[in-house]
Design a protein around this ligand. Sequence first.
Ligand SMILES: *[C@@H]1O[C@H](CO)[C@@H](O)[C@H](O)[C@H]1NC(C)=O
Ligand SMILES: *[C@@H]1O[C@H](CO)[C@@H](O)[C@H](O)[C@H]1NC(C)=O
Ligand SMILES: *[C@@H]1O[C@H](CO)[C@@H](O)[C@H](O)[C@H]1NC(C)=O
Ligand SMILES: [Zn+2]
Length: 432
Amino acid sequence: MSSVFITMICITEEAAADRCKKYADQVLLVSMDGFRYDYPEKTPTPNFDKMARNGVRAQYVNNTFLTKTFPTHYSIVTGLYDESHGIVGNTMYDPQFDEIFTLASKETKWWDSGEPIWITARKHGLTSGTMFWPGSEVEIQGMYANKWYNYDKSITFDQRIDIVINMLKHDKFNFVTTYFHEPDRTGHIYGPNSPEIVEKITEMDTLLGTLLDKLTANGLQNKVNLILTSDHGMTEIDCENKLLDIYNLVDKSLIERTVDSGPIMHVVPNVGQGDTILNAINNHPHFTAYRKADIPDRWHYKNNRRVMPIFVVSDEGWSITENATAIRLNPGKGNHGYDNDLMSMKPIFYAMGPNFRSNFLAPPLRSVDIYTLVCELLGISPSPNNGTLDNTADLLQPFNNDQQICDGAISFTSGRLSLLSWILSVVVMVMT
Ligand SMILES: *[C@@H]1O[C@H](CO)[C@@H](O)[C@H](O)[C@H]1NC(C)=O
Ligand SMILES: *[C@@H]1O[C@H](CO)[C@@H](O)[C@H](O)[C@H]1NC(C)=O
Ligand SMILES: *[C@@H]1O[C@H](CO)[C@@H](O)[C@H](O)[C@H]1NC(C)=O
Ligand SMILES: [Zn+2]
């Protein structure tokens, strides 16, 4: 009688703890903005090489569309496509709010279709800290990370590393992020084929070296699984010869509103003008205008009210704008935001730590798979998402079920046999 009673209590407790420790306790997720998958081949990068040698490098990442900073970063930490997490651009219009979203918009209502890992971690009783990440300044499900920072470019890259080390060593947060806005900035100004980008890659490699050294110096190298990735790549643009002013093709009176510009543009036509606008744009050889319903499924983009009735995508290197004069006053040499199938849009992926395999060159994985991977490493169950562990399971060292330690006493994930043997052992314990 009493043995059965004890067993039931323990199972209830375990369900509440909801966590099994198969891996090290901490994960650090780092993003270097606009780090194209092939940048390390442009110049010697001893520290990226070190990560590949002691850990895993994926050939590249199949990232989500739109290949812009906020949507892609939010896909990484939520495991969701743009249409599901709702951040469909760095700039967007929401017809229900009748408001424009900008990079400064921190109201929950824009963001709460997604659940970032730092929130998932807290919901499972773990801790998290964000030293910058898009969305980290927003209250989601009534929470933030345990420690978070308002975005401030003037916090130097070295300071960010020190803060992250502190979060790992002293706060012992389970999940920590940081973000660097390079080499994206340099790529926009000088282009991905410039000597300046090569110099910046060298600088970012040195920065990575500093991070790796500090992890080691603080005894964290065997405690922290480190993932280094990026949001998108970069391609060369030509604002003199490959720039279209939409009002050179379509009379202004036909259009109610345009949203965003460059590699893509959303257009809200005035009543009855949709076909005229669509045909005018599609007559241009370097731009494709889709009716919202015809936007390709592979982008997982169209099923959101923040996508407008007409959606224009530029060919690689081309740009569309509503004011060519303004663009030409301050032309950049590089941009991103194009079709995520283009190799130029693909980011890097490296991972290293106690649970990653070493010296393993992995096939491409998807950015939406990273959320599930981190949840697996943290031993928590992921919230609904679009990723799968199938694409990343190979990155981890082969795992022996006997190593599993659960917070309560038993593991639901380790299968019926161990549950049964555990119950038997309790029964035996109580009876003896
Ligand atoms: C286009 O940009 C230029 C330069 O900023 C500005 O002077 C002009 O008013 C803008 N045109 C329109 C139609 O907004
Ligand atoms: C990544 O994209 C490439 C090229 O489009 C494709 O061949 C590959 O199957 C994709 N991998 C995954 C895991 O989605
Ligand atoms: C992505 O995941 C969300 C949440 O589970 C789901 O609602 C959506 O249908 C998924 N999208 C696809 C294309 O499977
Ligand atoms: Zn970016």
